[in-house]
Design a binder for this molecule. Sequence first.
Ligand code: NIG
Ligand code: FE
Length: 411
Amino acid sequence: MTINSSAWQTLFINVNLATMTDGANSYGAIENGAIAISEGKIAWLGEEVNLPNYDEKSVHVIDGNGKWLTPGLVDCHTHLVYGGNRANEFEMRLQGKSYQEIANAGGGIVSTVSATRKASESQLLASALPRLIALHQQGVTSIEIKSGYGLDTENEIKMLKVAGQLAEKLPVTIKRTFLGAHALPLEYKDKPDEYVDLVCNEMIPIIARRNLADAVDVFCESIGFSLAQTERVFAAAQKHHLPIKVHAEQLSNLGGTALAAKYNALSSDHIEFLDEAGIKAMKYADMTAVLLPGAFYFLRETQLPPMVLLRKYQVPMAIATDANPGSSPIHNIQLMLNMACTFFRLTPAEALAGVTCFGAKALGLAKNKGQLALGFDADIALWNIEQPAELCYQFGVNPLSELFVAGNKVI
Ligand code: NIG
Ligand code: FE
């Protein structure tokens, strides 16, 4: 292969690379490495001793001083845009009420719905921005943001527009997911099928036509939507050529994951109660399992996701914050890396793969993001660490040294 080093704009030398090109098997480490960037893409990488000749006058050379580079982190499941907060429900849970009991008594998701409906676009943007800044400062360069607290056409669109506006505020790639089937709004109490009609026949067509979402998600659960209702939403998404994601098997094993597999979904998320049949279906459909340790922790769940079987069937595992006001009011990706290891017993290499290559895969970005590899987007984080496992081992001190998006230094 001929290497056109005259096109290089930036070159990192004296760095160690956790390329994350080996899935969860290892960090894909290249020690004493170098990496070159041209037009926002990775143009060369390898051991520094093999670096081709380049023109020192035209390339901006960055000495990494022996630090580690990883791909920019991907947080592939968040509900970052919402009104109000639910600290009162946190207090209720500490007095003995469960998440389901609070939801059934009119709290939970629908209480965030009333706060979100009342908020203007600019108010939602102002409250979401510090949450996104917090994640970005920890190295997040790609993020998924779901709607699902509007639950009517106007307010779902409002949320998706705000999620899009965030991309104008920060150099972060934002993938938007329409989650109209998140909960039943109060005005449709006892009429879930009519609400699903609205989601399928009005919201999805408008959102698809206006290009407001990159995927469609459903909360398939006893306190969310039944399998039959979930399938109707999937069918509508498929008709409008929108990829599918699902919140499934979080509190019980309804079979939402296997159903999503039939629709070639990108991912099934939560999945604490997923069984072996569901895992086989995921493997067959090349889906990603998105594990959400923040929700597991904050709801004080005890049922662990089936990591051993996920490994056995080699289903890729992503890790995300699930940042939301009810089940995971946590905007810290490093804490998720740590919890993925401590609670779910992932290895640090598996956890890091969960926020890089497999996080990207869960968003349909596997070909451009989440790996340090030739031709991939030059979204790159430089870390003040001596070994990659440190990213999972401690939190509270931010190890991020510098951050680059499409080759440009943004932090
Ligand atoms: O991912 N499971 C459903 N949705 C969110 C919770 C949202 C909320 O409680 O506001 C989740 O955990
Ligand atoms: Fe969620």
